[in-house]
Write a protein that binds this ligand. Sequence first.
Ligand code: ADP
Ligand code: MG
Length: 702
Amino acid sequence: MSVNISDIFGANVFSMSVMRERLPKKAYAEVVDVMEHGGNISMATADIVANAMKDWAMEKGATHYTHWFQPLTGVTAEKHDSFLTAPSDSKALLQLTGKQLIMGEPDASSFPSGGLRSTHYARGYTAWDMTSPAFVKEMSCGTILCIPTIFVSYNGEALDKKTPLLRSMEAINTQALRILRLFGNTQATKVTPLVGAEQEYFLVDREKYLKRRDLIYTGRTLFGAPAPKGQELEDQYFGVIRERVGAFMSDLNQELWKLGIPATTQHNEVAPAQHELAPIYTTCNLAVDQNQLTMETMKRVATRHGLVCLLHEKPYAGVNGSGKHNNWSLGTDMGENLLDPGETPNENLQFLLVLACIMKAVDVHADLLRCSASNAGNEHRLGAQEAPPAIISIFLGDQLDNVVSQIISNADSIKLLTTGKLDSGVSTVPVIKKDATDRNRTSPFAFTGNKFEFRMVGSSDSIADANTTLNAIVAEAFCEAADRLEQAQDFYTACNELIHDLMTRHQRIIFNGNGYSEQWVREAQRRGLPNLPSMVDAIPALTTEKAEALFTRFGIYTKSELESRAEIMYETYAKVLKIEAQTMIHMAGKHYIPAAIHFCTRLGQSIASITAAACDADVSVQKTLLARCSALLSSTSKALDTLKVLLPQVDSMTDVAAMAMLYRTRIVPAMTALRQPVDELELLVDKDIWPVHTYGDLMFEV
Ligand code: ADP
Ligand code: MG
């Protein structure tokens, strides 16, 4: 089927051009003004916009509208209301008022607030975020007009991920403009963080998925022996896309394009049944919204194809997990990218100052960045056997690294490493110019030409926290640089001094080597860089004096907002682990132990009947197998009992931080101890008795 992208792209978005077409000139101008400069839209204009939005959505088949927001659950929330107002004389009167557009009041008591609001003070408000366009979503329950909103409490405290993100964008805008002014740029009026999030995911056959309680309840397998084949042949990555997966991707792209999401890159990832989708980058808050919508759409479209999309960071042990590379740069409204070094970064003072500030930001707030990429699923990637490591460092590549070294050593004139030509030795292939640097896949924060790629974020996570943190820490570094340089007598001398100073003080954050190696862990420790292998170790970063000073200074989080977020993170970690432990208890007790008993009984009966029939027959194989399976059965049962006893003890703790820590130190090992004998049994027990699909079935039969 041929598709014309331009016909469908953005068809379901109430975009600027739709508004220009449908709104009276004056109303449109007011909307644009508020979007660009902030402030409040008049109620009269809100009524006009709401009505136009409703008419447009109804032409698309919409029956309901919703305020679409991103509470601290990490997923999006919506409550649909129809356009119906009090029907009279059995006639439907349909409307959307300005008030309904601008504000909503969902009952906030059932969303996590981390103690910001006691349950009996349930008021929470959603307020229209005009900077992200409304859209219609086609779902089985109907076509819904979605109005992106922020979600705040009665006292204005953020109850969502979007509010702090928008605040952080304002902070970096203000501070980056100060830097630009110092360099004589009087034209730019806005600096915006630009973000492109590469999304990794797994697909699994829906029928098989439905037979695995662990996948259903937790999104990952809690048991499972390795399949005979994993990713060792490296034949999956960029491999030919299978028909069924291809049909899913094609359908997904079209759905995303309709929503105005510029999905562009698709390929098979390293692990079997693992794939990636990347959109073209856009404004930070829009990228956050679009990534949420992408994840949601992936799940919905997968169902249509008899598949399930697994967004968990580690659906299967032993093969690669999934992450989300968060590409980040800073663009002005004049089209300049502050992270573009140009052809001669050695002479680009503004770029070098920006780079020095980012080095400082990442070094000083490495703990916060680590924390911003923490969720329970990501525990299995960061700080585990897998990349990127939990230690934050920056990869600059040879050329920039060399420039930084020259600056630090006070070189008289800073030279550029010459980039060579790439000659493949094949005479019919043109000789091409090499990139200035090679790539480093093991770095959590890598410079990739004109942007930084923060690779720690988990595949299921919202990218809001990571970007809020990035914007905030870089805003702080810019602010401190501007404070100093604005006072300088001789700007260029002061600027050179500052760059030298910052690069020297923060050079420890630069690491170009192999981030997966043991040596790096030791080297990082020597350098004094934080290594926070678990999110439970990382959460305290949110409530340090340093964090409080940073976030309150720019009005991004208040102290109580930070405390509430830390609380929610502990709580969520504990809850996720509790569900996982309970699921293991269920599966071990209801599936695996009965299957193993059945197998052992069958073996025993077979030994008895063979022995009775022919007393000299050799039954040693059966006996050895029976002995081994019985021993594993007994280990399983013991480990199950231990977990059953431990779980209520840990779960009864009242202090959430202490509880989370105990989940990590006591429950996680108890879960590992239960998994181990079961996985071994899987390799011994008949496939027709084994109660669930194996890794081979799940990963290779998509
Ligand atoms: P790479 O090969 O370095 O991973 P790609 O060109 O594949 O880079 O881009 C990866 C993601 O980064 C895409 O989503 C892309 O749109 C985004 N991206 C590219 N340039 C920028 C930029 N200046 N700022 C933010 N994101 C960007
Ligand atoms: Mg990339």
